[in-house]
Design a binder for this molecule. Sequence first.
Ligand code: SF4
Ligand code: SF4
Length: 436
Amino acid sequence: MKIVMIDITNACHHACSNCTRFCGQHPKPFFMDVDFFKKAVDSMEGFPGIVGIIGGEPSLHPHFEEMMDYYASRVKEPRPSAFLGTATATFKDYGRMVRYMRGRKRGLFSALGPGYYKNFEKIQDIFPYQSLNDHQSISMHQAILVTRKELGIPDDEWLKLRDNCWIQNIWSATITPKGAFFCEIAASMDMLFNGPGGWPVEPGWWKRKPFEFGDQLNWCESCSVALTVPANNANDDTDIVSPVMYERLKKVNGPKMQKGQFIILDTNNYDPQKYKGHEPDPIWYLPQDKRDDARIAVVNTVLSPHKIDVVCREGQSEMATLTPDRVSSLDFKDWVAVFRDAASVSDEFLKAASRCVLNPGCIYRYGDTVKLFNRRALALRNVTSIPLNGTLHELWEKKKRIKISNYPNLDVNTPFERITIKAKQIGSRAAFLLPA
Ligand code: SF4
Ligand code: SF4
């Protein structure tokens, strides 16, 4: 497996159709205990792939920051992130920058809920690999709660399908508050249906081989990930379930059951031919040609500045809202743009900045004209007064001082384009050398 997950919560701001964590089916979400989380992180020592942090929406965990600090102290990342403070002009570019996976050790899986904006700086500091999907675009999620017996799949055929299941072959085992599991779906089922729990979370648990999976394989009998079954749009918030699983869900009686958000599959007339194109496969759930666009919607409001207060260092005018001596007493909560004087205040700049993905942990500046920072930056955490003079940026560590070179347009795509071109050149050379 490339990844082993730690499920720190199954709380989520969405309740997508056929969610792998069954969000919307649980009467109450869990939040992993911090000490248990530390034990889970420690148990992964030596794992060669990514130790992934996932939910639900993991950034909704109330102790997210404390947990991630511990995680970063234990899971060492060999290479820095591609995105630190570069003001990316589009969400698509931002999504690409943080999605390069090979060789990574740390990974975050997020649907960009409100906790993501709140923890943006910490997330950039810690996670060079992020799998982001805000689930605002159409994406097709395959039915999970269908048993193979109801579909009439015989044992010999089933065992082959099960053993080739992509989740256990190439994707992810996981740790939940109930223990360690060979497969993330098996773990979610154990949580939903009050199962016996997983293996003890102890160092090296992840070295188990398939012949040691034992009773955990029983969960496969309730799962249709390895089968050709229908899928529906994640945004419908409606689970496709078989009659047997429907009866089991009735006993759980979560919000989706109470609201009737399910479709019962007609298993008597099961015909896999009807679901051509939806064969079990790890990647088809987003449109192949539009995956980069589909992950983060253009209307997403989580990544760009929510509010920018304007401050002028000198002078007064109708636009000059504040003078330096008053700044320290003001309670800014989000972004602040400090212009040199009233004459340099630029709507164009503010508009461009509010459309960019900016890291609240960085200070952005264009010469002496404007400085842009976020009051929630870790650099300002214990600062009671903010000097607006030339020393302001010195509060930030050097790598978090970002120069804007092309004010006022913030045409900021260049660095990423350069990386892409370089990667393409290296790729074509490698292909040329390979036969030799
Ligand atoms: S965003 Fe992810 S975790 Fe949340 S409900 Fe959707 S699929 Fe499940
Ligand atoms: S069939 Fe389901 S439970 Fe079994 S390995 Fe695949 S995803 Fe996991």
